[in-house]
Design a protein around this ligand. Structure first.
Ligand code: HEM
Ligand code: NAG
Ligand code: NAG
Ligand code: NAG
Ligand code: NAG
Length: 360
């Protein structure tokens, strides 16, 4: 069903382009991933916005610990080094992969918790319409081959010990370190187990580029993360790339010089990718917040951070006081890594042999 939805999203995005951007009102579907003119109807399979206004307590990460793979019940002392080497090698060749790995962690954690469900192509129930096929992920997530390479090397060294969910968390930590030139060091306890299910239609728990501030805050609260953490984590949009379809409706709201440049780069093709941060595209730094203030960000969801006094205060602090954002980002990433974790004793969890498939 969500396969069809993904196709619809693409078709709609391609066929609507300019008409959608000129429309006065608009209709937002799939929690902010699809923008239609006000006359449009959300595709079938796209649940009505926005259901989850529920505030969930902050994740505790009970069962996770530092140096988890150095102890005798889960002994693989090489694991973190192997991931780090794989990430460093990949990011040295292409910094964009580092951005992909950080995003992979976010998309894993927000859907069914940090359980590697984002990596699956086939599940215990036989579902193949997995998270990877969902609108936020399809033709967009990258870095899977780095996870697979690290997993293969780890299985060779210590079979059956290290989960894919932990590898995703380590990889995001290591990519953050490399892309920040060592300035961002995310504390990363481990002990996550891998889930056995994954559904494309659940990826609407991720807020989208057309989400307004309320929807962003609600989506984070639904995972136990605060509006401050939402603002902090959005700073990851200081690296990596994005498709024109997600911002071509809002050139008029951007800094005119940047808008002209992006318009030329997109050249009417909504599938083209552009850098998210025009100033320091490959450095994980606080430049994003300056861009928010200067109207040099791509998405409505980025610009929405100027829409309340609380978020504006955060944005201004992050933009102006050196090191403040980096420390907050380290903490917020650590919290994100605790969302919905499955640990020893959880049911329906395992340590996968291959990250894209459940065991047996
Ligand atoms: C606050 C709500 C968020 C929204 C609405 C959002 C939306 C998006 C969108 C639409 C893209 C472009 C995807 C494409 O065009 O293929 C993107 C890219 C990206 N996002 Fe987010 N995102 C959010 C939060 C986050 C968070 C919390 C993180 C990580 C901590 C993150 C990290 C990234 C990265 C690194 C990229 C670039 C990926 C690449 O180059 O492969 N985002 N995001
Ligand atoms: C692991 O077990 C060995 C011997 O059984 C012991 O010497 C060592 O201290 C243990 N290490 C940890 C981290 O528990
Ligand atoms: C999501 O998809 C799965 C499998 O395709 C289906 O069983 C489930 O009912 C769907 N959930 C919703 C809320 O549509
Ligand atoms: C924010 O978005 C949600 C979901 O699309 C919508 O229901 C709500 O009316 C919007 N709020 C504002 C202030 O525009
Ligand atoms: C900011 O809020 C106003 C009113 O609540 C709304 O009309 C506008 O679209 C919002 N802008 C963004 C970028 O969310």
């Amino acid at each position: 069903m969500a396969n069809k939805l993904a196709v619809l999203v693409t078709l709609l995005a391609l066929s609507l382009g300019p008409a959608a951007s000129q429309g006065q009102g608009s209709n937002i579907c799939f929690n902010g991933w699809l923008r239609l003119p006000s006359s449009g109807t959300c595709p079938r399979g796209s649940r009505p916005d926005f259901r989850t206004r529920q505030r969930v307590p902050a994740p505790t990460g009970e069962g996770l610990s530092f140096g988890y793979y150095n102890n005798n019940n889960s002994y693989c002392p090489q694991a973190e080094r192997i991931v780090k080497d794989a990430v460093k090698k990949a990011v040295d060749q292409n910094p964009g992969i580092g951005a992909g790995l950080i995003r992979l962690f976010f998309h894993d954690c927000f859907v069914r918790g940090c359980d590697g469900s984002v990596l699956l192509t086939a599940t215990a129930s036989g579902n193949s319409d997995t998270e990877r096929e969902g609108p936020p992920n399809k033709d967009s997530l990258r870095g899977f081959e780095v996870i697979d390479a690290a997993k293969a090397a780890i299985e060779a060294a210590c079979p059956g010990i290290v989960s894919c969910a932990d590898i995703v968390a380590f990889a995001a930590r290591d990519a953050s370190s490399v892309l920040s030139n060592g300035r961002v060091n995310v504390p990363t306890p481990a002990g996550r187990l891998d889930g056995r299910e994954s559904f494309a239609n659940e990826t609407d728990q991720l807020p989208g580029p057309f989400s307004n501030l309320t929807a962003l805050e609600d989506s984070f609260w639904a995972k136990g993360l605060s509006p401050d953490e939402m603002v902090t984590l959005s700073g990851a949009h200081t690296i990596g790339h994005a498709k024109c379809q997600f911002f071509s409706s809002r050139f008029a709201d951007m800094d005119p010089t940047l808008a002209a440049k992006l318009k030329a780069q997109c050249n009417g093709n909504d599938g083209t990718f552009v850098d998210q941060d025009d100033v320091t595209p490959n450095v994980l730094d606080s430049q994003y917040y300056k861009n928010v203030i200067d109207k040099k960000v791509l998405f409505d969801s980025d610009a929405a951070l100027t829409n309340s006094t609380d978020t504006v205060t955060q944005v201004t602090d992050n933009a102006n006081s050196a090191g403040a954002w980096e420390r907050k980002f380290e903490k917020a990433m650590e919290s994100m890594g605790k969302i919905g974790v499955k640990v020893r004793g959880s049911s329906g969890a395992e340590i996968r042999k291959v990250c894209s498939r459940v065991n047996n």
